[in-house]
Ligand binder design. Structure first.
Ligand code: ADE
Length: 266
């Protein structure tokens, strides 16, 4: 999978791309990250990428020309909606209704809030473009005529979209087959099943007097599975009850939740 990342600060990506699972995915040829410095596409001696907002007020706004030039040149888009066409399916934007051969995503606190199902959605593509904003925001024409989607990583404001782009990249690439050492790795995750994950324990069996639940040492796989399911239900019920309305529950799950409601502390 290829990510084209458009940024004024490519240096921010250097550390994260050189460590751990993302590095391994790059080394294994599963992930190709191309960083494009928007400033390289800005005209003039000073290569200015921001300007004062029309109408006055504080802050600076990212100019449209260098962002359009960078994205169009890298993706081979000649005019709105006509891309290089090397993708089987066009990306139908859930936000702007634009159709592009690949998603062109602005990272902005105004976007749809990122979650595991958006991560799965993006993992379907072979190529995704991420545009990182800076300053007070983008010239609105970038949003209207270049981007096909807008994503926020939460209801808070970062100094720019770079960290958000890394969050999106990380969550998406780990869903690609082969990116995690364990082929089942992503399926038990918190959020993947619609529930928070059950608690994990490893050796030693006793640490500072704190033990490990007996059932995990029993070797009875059916019992372990049921315990894990109940722990996941319990944790979700306590911490994220909103998630329980969206998840498919078995008869046994419902019975367990009923006992929790009656005696939450046991
Ligand atoms: N840029 C600034 N804040 C952001 C956020 N919360 N999500 C995505 N991009 C951002």
């Amino acid at each position: 999978m290829r990510f084209d990342i458009f940024t004024l600060f490519p240096g921010i990506f250097e550390g994260p791309l050189r460590e751990s699972m993302i590095k391994r995915a790059i080394d294994a040829g599963l992930l190709n990250v191309q960083l494009h410095n928007i400033r390289d596409y800005a005209a003039g001696k000073h290569q200015v990428t921001d300007d004062y907002p029309y109408g006055g007020g504080g802050g600076m706004v990212m100019k449209p020309e260098p962002v359009f030039a960078a994205v169009e040149s890298v993706l081979g888009i000649r005019e709105q909606g006509s891309g290089s066409g090397d993708q089987d399916t066009d990306y139908q934007s859930p936000v702007t209704n634009h159709q592009f051969p690949i998603p062109i995503i602005l990272l902005t606190p105004q976007g749809r809030v990122f979650n595991q199902s958006i991560a799965y959605e993006l993992a379907q593509y072979d190529r995704v473009a991420l545009i990182c904003g800076r300053y007070e925001g983008f010239d609105e024409r970038i949003r209207e005529h270049l981007a096909s989607d807008e994503i926020s990583i939460g209801d808070f404001v970062l100094t720019g979209g770079e960290l958000a782009a890394l969050v999106v990249l990380d969550a998406v690439i780990r869903l690609k087959p082969g990116a995690l050492g364990d082929p089942e790795g992503a399926s038990d995750d918190s959020h993947a099943s619609g529930l928070l994950e059950y608690p994990h324990y490893t050796r030693p069996p006793e640490f500072r007097g704190w033990g490990v639940p007996e059932v995990l040492l029993s070797g009875d796989h059916a019992k372990v599975d049921r315990w894990r399911r109940e722990q996941a239900l319990r944790r979700t019920w306590l911490r994220r009850p909103d998630m329980l309305t969206a998840v498919e529950l078995s008869k046994a799950d419902r019975a367990f939740l009923d006992t929790l409601r009656q005696a939450p502390d046991e």
